[in-house]
Write a protein that binds this ligand. Sequence first.
Ligand SMILES: [Zn+2]
Ligand SMILES: [Zn+2]
Length: 290
Amino acid sequence: MYTTMDLSEILLYLDLIKRKGEVPTIDELNMMVYHMDNYDQVKAFYNKIKEHEFQPPFGFYIKTLIHFIEDYEGCISLKNKILRTQTNRRRPFNNLFTHQILLCKSEEEALSILQEARDYGIHLDDKLWVAKFDSLEEIKKKQKEWKGEMEKSEAYYNFSSIYEKFGTMKSNYFKSLPQEHLKKMIVEPQSQERGIVTRQTNTFTRNIYIKEYAKKIAQGICQLCDKKAPFLDKQGNPFLEVHHINYLSKGGKDEIDNVVALCPNCHRRIHMLEDEEDLKKISKNFSYLS
Ligand SMILES: [Zn+2]
Ligand SMILES: [Zn+2]
């Protein structure tokens, strides 16, 4: 079974683990990072880890983070951050120096990075920088290699069990959350929910709450055909899909007024036909419900 998690799900998962008083395992963290697409997402991920004071091994941070850095300045700022916070135990950052060399623009820069590495007792291949042709391409290649390695790991094979665990936690969480409370969490930029501070300052975290809100107000009924959801999911919730009335791709907003819960059939129908009567119905339905 193919399963995947988007960033908003991953951030919620970390919230829920914290809420249970547990700590994510390294395998879980690894799989979460595996699902990231870019540096901004990884940063949001690390901020959440910091917020909850989870303490994965230091090496894990460097190893995972550098795969997503695609610019020279990013390398330097990460390095400075590490130096600031890890003054007592300057772990070797072979990977980071290598990464930085791949991204630098001149031989002169490369040589000074090599020297800096030597000062830390790290001896890298002097010809490293000469081997690069298009650094960004090289980085992308390394990213791919890394993801390939991850796909061979045990954690990758166990991912569906991680996903299932999250499914259960998520389901219980949203079941226990009253509709009004959920709405408040979306509308208010910051809200406190039983000890969890959910910072909604970026769009990453909003998505999942908006989806769940749309499902909650639908109460298991498709908002186009008015029929019950065709089946229940593994957690026993009616299966409905969330649709954006004005497509996000066409500038529609990820807001509660722009989403409806539909049965899979009607969801297909809306996209295939874009029928005016249908659109009127889901829009009207929505303003009536909210
Ligand atoms: Zn329907
Ligand atoms: Zn849709």
